[in-house]
Design a protein around this ligand. Sequence first.
Ligand code: XBP
Ligand code: MG
Length: 249
Amino acid sequence: MIPRRQDKRLEAVIFDVDGTLVDSERDGHRVAFNLAFQAAGLLDRWDVPTYGKLLEITGGERRLTYWFERRGRSMDEARERAAELHKKKTEIMRGLVIQGRIPPRPGARRLVADVRASGAQVHVATTGTRAWVEPLLHQVFGRTFQVVVTGTEVRELKPNPAVYRAVIEHAACDPARTVAVEDSLNGLRAATGAGLRCVVASNVYTREQDFAGAALTADGLDDPALVAWFSRRLPFAESGPRRAVAKRA
Ligand code: XBP
Ligand code: MG
């Protein structure tokens, strides 16, 4: 008998960080970029809508390079400025993390705990910089995640699938039994480009994006449709974790 796809229980879940596990963009990264501009004596500032558009460019340093080029600086000068500024921004972001200023998205802690309790692995694939990602994950989720690959380790950032490929390789998980959780089109492309299914939990910045190709599109990690999707696919779903998850659906 050919097993149906839904009979294949999940072996691993790979989470994106920014905009997925935590609400980090508008009141976290954006604020840190603006403080870095200020510290460098620059007049550039990113308001909420401007930052929303700039999010199409993943990776803080690339985002800054793009910004400086668009403001008329040469490519070399833009890169140099961006590298300098991004160091400062990373230091500031780390400070915001340590002060507890970056909150989890509603439902994030619960979903991660349910996945772990089911026996499936939990990993992270982010374009963010390790210097702030590590303290953030530790502070908000404890020592939960098994493999964490960040933008510091991979050359090509999302939508390139490199970060997902690296997680799959390090975790030695079967892509057919692994799902990614993302908030953006760039993230969806990266995950599917690595051969993974991807569940999208959109947010205010990404809600209007076209998520064709996603296994599911939900409004958040506490969306009943998303909770039910996982409850049907986590291992040992007939016992504890499923009942706990399904009750909330
Ligand atoms: C998130 C990003 C990150 C952050 C900034 O993309 O692009 O770069 O915005 O962090 P995703 P850094 O959620 O798709 O991984 O400044 O550390 O790069
Ligand atoms: Mg994201």
